[in-house]
Design a protein around this ligand. Sequence first.
Ligand code: DOR
Ligand code: ZN
Length: 349
Amino acid sequence: MSHIESPDSITLIRPDDWHLHLRDGAAMASVLPHSARQFARAIVMPNLKPPVTTTALASAYRDRILAALPASMQFEPLMTLYLTDNTDPDEIRRAKDTGFIHAVKLYPAGATTNSAAGVTDLRKCYKTLEVMQEVDMPLLVHGEVTDHDIDLFDREAVFIERVMRPLRRDFPELKIVFEHITTRDAAQYVAEAEGPIAATITAHHLLHNRNAIFKGGINPHYYCLPVLKREEHRLALVTAATSGDERFFLGTDSAPHAVHTKEASCGCAGCYTALHAMELYAAAFDEAGALDKLEAFASLNGPNFYDLPVNTGTITLKRETWTVPPTVPMGEQELVPLHGGEQIGWKML
Ligand code: DOR
Ligand code: ZN
């Protein structure tokens, strides 16, 4: 049980991040300690170049992550495979046997960063999905259609009708995480659906609506995919996250991009929140008057869904104003964290 010592301090079971981009090489070595300070474990996204499509690639990537982890830190990377039109069903069995691959990620081809090798038509994956359902391997879904005639802001809602409903009809026992949901439609769909489905919610989608991208000019550090939505959708996400419903849990989708690739004529999608994720979530839950619901969302519901033990140990967050650094190193380059250079009202001790 979380302990709210006063309105200004809260202690919770050590949380996990159920959706994280760590990248690779020197960039990964720079960002990894941020996540390891905040979280005991993270589901590590496979959208590297080239993507992590096999057990062998996931194993090698895991070794690189563990080698880059400072000796003083404890952190368990929970690995994933990148689903393609050609993923061999036997690859799923091999992945399951490792014990360290916990899910398979569906990127619709062209939906986001490094998704070119993603799935063009889910029907091509049905044999693989059958094995996933059989061996209890969760499917993590980037839930956006990519049709050029569908408005960017409608891509998630249309995905529910065109892809998610048929998928769940055909694989009713397949565990599915609807990743980084951004709409009232998705929150409602997950809350009301029958069977093993859950959703992750980012801190930035709880804190901001789409005005943030355009306030006073173009603000590339608020550009992510799925893109921020209207205020009514933000409010629905806050309601879902703070409801206590165990289907909703924390996934930062922290996505490091070097500053010059964000502040560009065609900037990359992604918000960097690994540095201060729990502080941002605490601010969102506090604003909703629901700090008592943060522990379930951050530390209990995820392990419950993934059939993993709840962490031991705790973290403490204090109401304290501090300034987020304007930039942090990313390999040889720098990145701008969300709210870089601004003050935020919660601090992790
Ligand atoms: O904003 C995003 N950035 N959304 C994604 O789906 C991918 C991510 C990235 O890898 O940069
Ligand atoms: Zn992501």
